[in-house]
Write a new protein. Structure first.
Length: 142
């Protein structure tokens, strides 16, 4: 098994636990980490529960995907297949029912020879008793 799998599994186990008593900012950071582990593991069911139906997912290429498009690409052998995905420097803020998480993602895609880093913004909305990701936008760092 690839080394990244074990890192992802450890993250999922440590962040997948219930955090009902956590501050909203801590909960958003936990959910962001769970989302990245689910993305790495190609866990469509987990991603489906975290992503809002009206999601907009802005790739560094300028392509804007819907939730259905994101889920269809997860784990496929195409250009977004992951060798590793590591979130870093996560910072969250909450404004009422809206939360914003900023951070870095260290990415290695199977289809690209070199790893790279993204700066991202995630926008979460608290709906029907749970947080859902409504927007993702990333910029590739030089």
């Amino acid at each position: 098994m690839p080394k990244g799998f074990f890192v992802a599994l450890a993250l999922l186990m440590s962040f997948g636990l219930s955090a009902q008593s956590a501050a909203p900012t801590d909960e958003l950071i936990r959910l962001d980490r769970v989302r990245y582990v689910a993305d790495f593991k190609a866990d469509r069911a987990m991603l489906d529960s975290l992503l809002a139906d009206d999601l907009t997912y802005g790739r560094t290429s300028g392509v804007l995907h819907t939730k259905a498009q994101v889920l269809a690409l997860v784990g496929e052998g195409g250009p977004y297949r992951l060798d590793s995905l590591t979130p870093d420097s996560l910072f969250a803020r909450v404004y009422g029912e809206t939360g914003i998480v900023n951070g870095l993602l260290h990415v290695k895609l199977t289809a690209q020879p070199a790893p790279y880093t993204l700066r991202f913004t995630d926008v979460w909305v608290h709906r029907r008793g749970r947080w859902q990701l409504v927007a993702f936008q990333a910029t590739r760092l030089p």
